[in-house]
Design a protein around this ligand. Structure first.
Ligand code: SF4
Length: 140
């Protein structure tokens, strides 16, 4: 049982991180979700140089009425890594917003912090990439 595999969130009935989400999406995230039959305009907004998850009435478009993610197996990489985030080049646990952040194990932090840093490097690159910005990678 861990925080990053979602078992604690499900057990506690918590979906705080799916409310008013600003989760950025990589090109692979968008491609994967589109392959499920969703259209980009239905689940994305472009803000701060990145495509991000869209909210409807303050809830992520993929958050079901039951508090479960409708695309859990295919959710964005940032959702998989949360509550690990990068601040000032360091991987930290977002204890301010995630009420169960204290339950993350040292093993999870060790195992996934590198992915958080890598994700943020990729997002910096994507910000400068017109193929990403214009969603041209979906036409390939
Ligand atoms: S994609 Fe799923 S896990 Fe990510 S914010 Fe939306 S509902 Fe939550």
């Amino acid at each position: 049982m861990g925080l990053l595999d979602g078992t604690i969130c499900i057990k506690m009935g918590c979906f705080n991180c799916c409310l008013e989400t600003e989760m950025p999406l990589t090109d692979e995230d968008i491609r994967r979700i589109v392959s499920l039959g969703y259209k980009p305009k239905d689940f994305t907004v472009f803000r701060g140089g990145l495509w991000r998850l869209r909210n409807i009435d303050g809830r992520c478009v993929f958050l079901g009425e039951d508090g479960m993610c409708k695309i859990y197996e295919h959710r964005p990489i940032g959702c998989r890594l949360y509550p690990l985030i990068e601040i000032d080049g360091r991987c930290v646990v977002d204890a301010e917003y995630c009420p169960y952040a204290y339950m993350i194990s040292e093993e999870e932090v060790k195992r996934f912090c590198r992915d958080v840093i890598q994700l943020n490097r990729l997002l910096e690159i994507l910000k400068e990439d017109s193929t990403y910005r214009e969603l041209r990678f979906l036409r390939k």
